[in-house]
Design a protein around this ligand. Structure first.
Ligand SMILES: [Zn+2]
Length: 418
C-alpha cells in the first residue's frame, strides 16, 4: 500500500457566529472530504504536545509522529536543512531575521518585507564582515536567514521579533536562561557558556547596526520610502535534531517525498529522509498552483511509498481573519487537491491510503494558531467505515479512532493492511 497525507495548514477553526455557529469546515462545500470521511474512519489528533507553542513546525512534526520533547530543536535547524546547510555536531543554528529598528524600538520583524535579492546582498556582506571560524551567516528567503554559531550553547532566552513589534528592543536582547550562567560545556555540544553565547550574539546584533545602516541597499530603500533592514535579530537556537528517518520507523517506506512551499516543512522533510519536490507556482498563498502540486504528488506516488502534500493557504487566510477567503481555501483543497488525488488513485492496482488533516487550528476570530486537537480521516480501499458522515471538528469527536496522541496517528496510517 502507498500513502499520501494531504495537510491543509491551519484549516481547523472555531464556531463562527456569522455562519450560524458552524465552523468553516462545517459550512464549506467539501464533497470529497465529506465522502472520504464517510467511506473511511475519523478521529482527532493532538498535534501540540504540552508545553509547546502551536507552531506549524511543532504540529507538522507531530503529524509525522515525532516525539517533540525528544527531538525538537527549534526553527533554526529546520531552516538550515531547507536551504541545504548541513549542521555538524556542536553547531548551533538560529533563525536570523533582518529587521527594521527605529530609535529604541523594533519597527517590524521583516525589514518592511525586504526581497530575497536585496537581503542576499546584506547577508553576504554580514558574512564577509562578521563571519569567522565560529560565526557564519547564510541567505534564506526574504527576511528569514540563518546564523550558525560553532560551539554556541542553546540555553539562551531569545525573543521572536514578530511577537514584539514597536517594543523597545534593548530589554529583549539575548540572555542566558536563568540558572545556566556559570555552567560550562554542557551536553558535549557547546564550548561557550550560555552567557558567552548571549554576549557573542548581542555583539553581532550591535555590530550589524553599523554595517547595515549606511549600506547602499538601505540608502536606496530609504530614498524610496521603504524601511531599512538595519539590524539582525537571531532567535530559536538549536542543534541538528535527532530525528529518525521515516524509513527507519516504517521499513515499507523505501522512498518518500514532501511537497510544500514552506521552509520549515521542507526542513522537517529533510530530516525525515523525504525527497523535496520543487513545484512551479507553489506560493504558500491562496493563489498557489494546486494543479501542479497534485500532479507532482501523483507522479511521486508512482515511484514512492509515501507523499506529504502540504498546502499553506488556509493558514494564511486564518491569519488574515478572512472568513470567506479561508472558506475558499478549504473548498479549493477539496475540489483541487483531495478530489483529484482520490479520483486518480482510487482504482490503482497498488492501493493508496489517503489521510487529510490540518496541522492545528488557525481560528479567523483569533488570527493565530491554537493547540486544540485537529480532525482527521483515513481512507483506503476496503477500510471498514465508522459512523461519521462529514469531515469537520465537531463530527470528528464521534470518530472511531477517538483522540490520538504522539505517534498513534502515523502508526495507524502506516499500518500495512493489504
Ligand atoms: Zn501550520
Amino acid at each position: 500500500m502507498k500513502h499520501i497525507i494531504i495537510l491543509g495548514d491551519g484549516m481547523a477553526d472555531w464556531p463562527v457566529k456569522s455562519l450560524g455557529g458552524k465552523t468553516l469546515l462545517q459550512s464549506a462545500k467539501i464533497p470529497y472530504m465529506d465522502k472520504l470521511a464517510q467511506m473511511g474512519r475519523v478521529g482527532r489528533l493532538k498535534t501540540v504536545a504540552d508545553g509547546f507553542h502551536p507552531g506549524s513546525e511543532v504540529a507538522n512534526m507531530s503529524v509525522l509522529g515525532y516525539n517533540l520533547p525528544k527531538v525538537y530543536e527549534g526553527r533554526g535547524p529546520l531552516e538550515a536543512a531547507s536551504i541545504g546547510v548541513e549542521l555538524k555536531p556542536g553547531e548551533m543554528a538560529m533563525r536570523c531575521n533582518i529587521i527594521c529598528i527605529e530609535g529604541d524600538n523594533i519597527k517590524n520583524h521583516s525589514a518592511g518585507h525586504i526581497t530575497t535579492e536585496e537581503a542576499d546582498v546584506l547577508v553576504k556582506y554580514l558574512q564577509e564582515q562578521l563571519g569567522d571560524e565560529r560565526v557564519r551567516f547564510y541567505t534564506g528567503v526574504q527576511y528569514r536567514h540563518l546564523l550558525v554559531i560553532k560551539g554556541g550553547d542553546k540555553r539562551i532566552d531569545c525573543t521572536p521579533p514578530h511577537d514584539v513589534p514597536l517594543k523597545p528592543f534593548r530589554p529583549l536582547l539575548v540572555k542566558p536562561m536563568p540558572g545556566t550562567e556559570n555552567i560550562t560545556t554542557p551536553e558535549g555540544q557547546a564550548d561557550l557558556t550560555p552567557q558567552q553565547t548571549a554576549d557573542l550574539i548581542n555583539d553581532l546584533i550591535m555590530r550589524s547596526w553599523e554595517l547595515l545602516q549606511n549600506h547602499p541597499i538601505n540608502q536606496k530603500r530609504m530614498a524610496g520610502g521603504k524601511d531599512p533592514a538595519n539590524s539582525i535579530w537571531p532567535w530559536s537556537p538549536g542543534y541538528r535534531p535527532q530525528m529518525e528517518r521515516l524509513s527507519d520507523k516504517f521499513p515499507q517506506v523505501k522512498c518518500g517525498a514532501v511537497i510544500s512551499a514552506v521552509d520549515l516543512i521542507n526542513g522537517i522533510g529533510y530530516y525525515a529522509g523525504l525527497r523535496r519536490l520543487i513545484v512551479e507556482g507553489a506560493t504558500g498563498l491562496y493563489d498557489t498552483n494546486y494543479e501542479n502540486k497534485v500532479a507532482a504528488a501523483l507522479d511521486a506516488l508512482k515511484t514512492d511509498d509515501f507523499v506529504y502534500l502540504h498546502i499553506e493557504a488556509s493558514d494564511e487566510a486564518g491569519h488574515e481573519g478572512d472568513i470567506s477567503l479561508k472558506t475558499l481555501t478549504i473548498e479549493n483543497l477539496d475540489s483541487r487537491a483531495v478530489g483529484p488525488v482520490y479520483e486518480a488513485v482510487k482504482n490503482w492496482d497498488e492501493p493508496v491510503s489517503i489521510a487529510v488533516l490540518p496541522d492545528h487550528p488557525t481560528p479567523c476570530e483569533l488570527r493565530t494558531h491554537t493547540n486544540e486537537p485537529v480532525p482527521f480521516f483515513i481512507w483506503y480501499p476496503g477500510i471498514e467505515p465508522d459512523e461519521v458522515q462529514t469531515f469537520d471538528e465537531v463530527a470528528a469527536c464521534n470518530g472511531s479512532y477517538g483522540l490520538m496522541r504522539e505517534d498513534e496517528f502515523i502508526n495507524e496510517f502506516m499500518k500495512e493492511i493489504l
